[in-house]
Design a protein around this ligand. Sequence first.
Ligand SMILES: [Zn+2]
Length: 286
Amino acid sequence: MSNEMIEFITKSSLYSSMKIRDPEIKQLLQIYDKESRFELFCAECRDKKVFIYDCGLNNVKATNLKNKISSVGLLTSMSYQEDRPLDEMDHLYLRFNCSLDESHKLEYFFAVKGDSIIKVGQYPSSADIDLPQASRYSSILGKQYYSELKRSIGLHSHGVGIGSFVYLRRIIEKLVYDTFKEAEVAGALTEQQFEYQDNVRHRNGMEEKIKLLKGFLPDLITDHPKIYGVVSKGIHELTEEECLEYFPVLKDGIVMILDDIVAKKEKERAAAEYKKSLNGILSKMK
Ligand SMILES: [Zn+2]
């Protein structure tokens, strides 16, 4: 079930705000009723897990019950009458727990201002939950790029748009260049074809480069290269808000590329192991 509230609660940076109207209240009540679950990295399981609402929304439920909205079933046929769904609320707190172990929690804090909520805190920090395979990523990216990735996530979680974006951009450029090198070794592309994309006028260099790397980068990235066009823009062309908005998609793209590389390496290692044991048996059969 798509729930933009969950996206906002779990992914937005500190001090981001969201207007709470009828649809958002419905989504909050869906969370309360445990109809909306989501997958996120559990820092304690050290793996992706499903998280379920634990507590915190009692005040939302109570306020909206008072306004004669009693169940989600009713909500679909009834539109919200009051224009102040956050009436009498001065804060919003939400806690979720990991489906594997209830003691693994995610906590989020919001201030209420008028008809909006503003994220003012979360625990664990997003830098701790955003990198599902941290040690493996650092071996692929190298120490410098890996610490830049952590730094960019930290900056974004504190609402720093352009600063976080600059680091992310460097990492995307590196990964795309590394992937090109792989394609070059495989004989699929030449340096000239690849670098040419930067020189053609009215063309978006990064977008075109990513298109050329189909088969070498994850399909979800090569099939939707448009968003990476933003990487080719000059820093002066980007606004703080634009950077904050693009950040989660680009960061997820980076994680997807890294997961892909981890999976390839594991496959290669398994194939090498298999070959070794196969050769052992074959030599005995001679
Ligand atoms: Zn867990």
